[in-house]
Design a protein around this ligand. Structure first.
Ligand SMILES: Cc1cc2nc3c(=O)[nH]c(=O)nc-3n(C[C@H](O)[C@H](O)[C@H](O)COP(=O)(O)OP(=O)(O)OC[C@H]3O[C@@H](n4cnc5c(N)ncnc54)[C@H](O)[C@@H]3O)c2cc1C
Length: 414
């Protein structure tokens, strides 16, 4: 009997186990056990995509990834978004593609994704052992056998480390993958929270809850780092929303404390058009400044913008001078917000950085240091954009590991 242990019953671990059993020639001769630290497998999957699970993204290509993208492209090309959708179709789960190529289950429920994976594991005879935390791993070699031993007790021919990264500890991931793989001599690149909100200094609490479609530009040490567009959410600590989360990895990975985000609060207006608009308001509007911009931005933002320009909100619009119109124009197109840092791993959706990919074979996900040990998912130094890219990586890398172990077993038994 060939024994395979999977550490981590999350997205990549369950997927790896299924792919393995689906590709092995003699399933009766293989026993796969998934060890999960939490009380149940796949808890994190339930909260993905705001409870809808953004399974993948039809645009997921190397360009949507950071970290070791050269390594990642092999698994991503082997198991494309189409291939992963087919994989789920084969489990009876169908999907719908929405804007920006985001793919969701037809049911719109993340629980259906977890159910599909769980039921398939059960059908294939994959065992789940929950409330089991792997804290130790070693290779045990004798003249007659070579085994991978977990927790000095459970012995396997193959082990897949799929215990995730360090983001969202509440869902079971606390960086154990790194400790386990370090025990086998692996290197971990610097890690940081990614897809996370940002703490900003001198921030106006009054904007809490306001959402606004903006252009965003991240500047680090005076240099433009990243540009984005989309709905920014103002919070009592700083900025959030998808476009902010998208650029957050650059903030958390940077050692600099000279970081700003410039918001374009009126991305639909050119500077000239905005200037003309403001001048025409001054000509026609006899009301108070607090309402001057309510035709183009959120009222609360309007009040904040007036304060930033030192314009009393109870002044009359027709009393504004040219300097004040210019100041308003400037801040509306380019509002500088000082960033303190990113929020911590607890609040992050993924981990930037991780186990060094060059120590693994991209074709198989097998360790180059310890034969029989594989790694997949967020544990590795690969992180993706918001919008289904990270689960796409989890499925693709997990399936690569599972399939290559199956092929190895098949050729050993041939
Ligand atoms: C709130 C939130 C929303 C998200 N939404 C999306 C989305 O919509 N689309 C998308 O693409 N990505 C999303 N992500 C990211 C995505 O969920 C992860 O990148 C992906 O789940 C990583 O898969 P994984 O298998 O590597 O790790 P995980 O899915 O995190 O699974 C790792 C598993 O290992 C277990 N484990 C950890 N340590 C041990 C140990 N020592 N012993 C045994 N078990 C252990 C954990 O409990 C966990 O179950 C979201 C993340 C969060 C937090």
């Amino acid at each position: 009997m060939t024994k395979v242990g999977v550490i981590g019953g999350g997205a990549s671990g369950m997927c790896a186990a299924i792919e393995l059993m689906n590709n092995v020639a003699d399933s009766q001769s293989v026993e796969v056990t998934v060890f999960e630290k939490m009380t149940r497998v796949g808890k994190k999957l339930l909260v993905t995509g705001n409870g809808r699970c953004n399974i993948t993204n039809m645009n997921a290509a190397r360009s949507g990834y950071r970290g070791d993208t050269e390594f990642a492209k092999t698994a991503l090309n082997k198991f494309t978004p189409e291939s992963n959708i087919e994989f789920f179709n084969s489990l009876g789960l169908y999907t719908r593609t929405e804007e920006d190529g985001r793919v969701y289950p037809l049911s719109n429920q993340a629980s259906s994704v977890l159910d599909a994976l769980r039921f398939e594991c059960e059908r294939l005879g994959i065992k789940f052992v929950c409330d089991y935390r792997a804290v130790h791993i070693k290779e045990a070699v004798t003249a007659f056998s070579r085994k991978i031993v977990i927790n000095n007790r459970d012995r396997f021919d193959y082990v897949i480390v799929a215990a995730g990264g360090k983001a969202a500890k509440i869902h079971g991931t606390d960086g154990d993958s790194y400790d386990l793989l370090k025990m086998l001599g692996h290197t971990v690149t610097p890690i940081a929270p990614a897809l996370v909100s940002l703490n900003c200094s001198d921030f106006t609490k009054s904007l809490k809850g306001v959402r606004s479609i903006c252009g965003e530009e991240l500047i680090i040490d005076g240099k433009p780092e990243y540009k984005n567009f989309g709905e920014v959410q103002f919070t009592d600590y700083g900025l959030s929303g998808i476009p902010i989360m998208q650029l957050s990895r650059f903030v958390s990975m940077s050692p600099s404390n000279n970081i700003q985000i410039y918001l374009d609060l009126v991305p639909d207006f050119s500077e000239e058009k905005l200037y003309e608009y403001l001048v025409s308001r001054r000509e026609k509007d006899t009301g108070l400044c607090e309402n001057m911009l309510s035709g183009i931005i959120n009222k609360q933002l309007c009040i904040t913008v007036m304060k930033e320009c030192n314009i009393a909100v109870n002044r009359r619009v027709n009393t504004l001078n040219d300097g004040e119109i210019n100041a308003l124009c400037k801040i509306l197109k380019c509002w500088k917000i000082n960033v303190k840092n990113s929020r911590s791993f607890e609040y992050a959706q993924v981990t930037a950085g991780g186990v060094k990919c060059s120590e693994f074979d991209p074709e198989t996900m097998e360790s180059k240091l310890t034969k029989g040990v594989y790694c997949c998912g967020e544990a590795l130094d690969v992180d993706g954009d918001c919008g289904g890219y990270n689960l796409q990586w989890a499925w693709s890398s997990g399936r690569t590991a599972g399939k290559s172990i199956a092929e190895r077993i098949n050729s050993n038994n041939a």
